[in-house]
Design a protein around this ligand. Structure first.
Ligand code: AMP
Length: 282
């Protein structure tokens, strides 16, 4: 049976009963196969798995979809139970933030570009909740998806810079057969928008093929942007090739780069990315 802890106190009591290794999977709920891949990785690595479900208000900016974000706790619990998860932490806002936090985590320069440029307070909010839940759950490993590549880079840096004793494990992006990256926000898309949303993964895959075939970083970037700008129903926020760790723009001669994209399809903002690597030379 999955045990649902609704407060920090309940979590603490349940955590104290756990002996052996513990893996944490943090989510905002509305679970899909992308989240489940993280849960399976957690199960493969540790004796116990804790899943947190919390729509963190601190990481949403004004005018974003905090209120509309899908909340499906009963269905989420059924999926986690079927996967053999023992503990779910789904706290209330007043339990997580009994008052406005005075001490904040400064995520540094990587949080000011790309996602951070469009969503200036986003990563500070993410790191605040990730740090809190890591301290509350004290896991040996914490699993995060490469879907949110910039978030993953920032969490890895935070854990290193603050000496938080946890191993961060990335899991590759889970996609529909069509290539569309799974996301809780895909439920916002109409049937037509869902078709249009495929442009993101098509353009990224093509960029990776060009890069593998030897095209220069700037040529790949130009093609990626042109492809997305020509896609019906897609309004591009950014498309770039970056170093996956630093998120600095990839440079001429780099052997690997992360192609990253954010775009609106209708009113839904989607992100996706694809690792580009040079083909091995014979
Ligand atoms: P979220 O509930 O959107 O905050 O995501 C919770 C975790 O699941 C994050 O580490 C995400 O990167 C990860 N995740 C979400 N969608 C996917 C996906 N399609 N493939 C892999 N990981 C994902």
């Amino acid at each position: 049976m999955v045990y649902l802890a609704r407060t920090r106190q309940e979590l603490k009591a349940a955590r104290e009963k756990m002996s052996g290794s513990v893996a944490l999977v943090m989510t905002m709920g509305a679970l899909h196969e992308g989240h489940m891949a993280l849960v399976r990785e957690a199960k493969a690595r540790c004796k116990h798995v804790i899943v947190s479900i919390y729509v963190n208000p601190l990481q949403f900016g004004p005018g974003e979809d905090y209120e509309a974000y899908p909340r499906t706790l009963e269905a989420d619990l059924a999926l986690l139970e079927a996967e053999g998860v023992s503990l779910v932490f789904a706290p209330s806002d007043s339990d997580v933030y009994p008052r406005e936090p005075l001490v904040r985590i400064d995520p540094g320069p990587v949080a000011t570009c790309f996602e951070g440029r469009t969503r200036p307070t986003h990563f500070a909010g993410v790191l605040q909740i990730v740090c809190k839940v890591l301290l509350l759950t004290r896991p040996d490993v914490a699993i995060f998806g490469q879907k949110d590549a910039q978030q993953l880079a920032l969490i890895t840096t935070m854990v290193s810079d603050l000496n938080i004793p946890v191993e961060i494990v990335p899991v590759p992006i889970q996609r529909e057969a069509t290539g569309l990256a799974l996301s809780s926000r895909n439920v916002y898309l109409s049937a037509e928008e869902r078709q249009q949303a495929h442009a993101l993964s098509y353009a990224l895959r093509e960029a990776a093929e060009l890069f593998a075939g030897g095209a220069d970083v700037s040529a790949v970037r130009s093609r990626l942007i042109a492809q997305l700008e020509a896609s019906e129903g897609v309004r591009l926020d950014y498309a770039e090739l970056v170093d996956p760790r630093t998120f600095l723009p990839a440079a001429h001669g780099d052997h690997a780069a992360l192609a990253i994209v954010a775009a609106w399809v209708g009113t839904t903002r989607l992100i996706d990315n694809w690792l580009c690597e040079r083909e091995e030379e014979a």
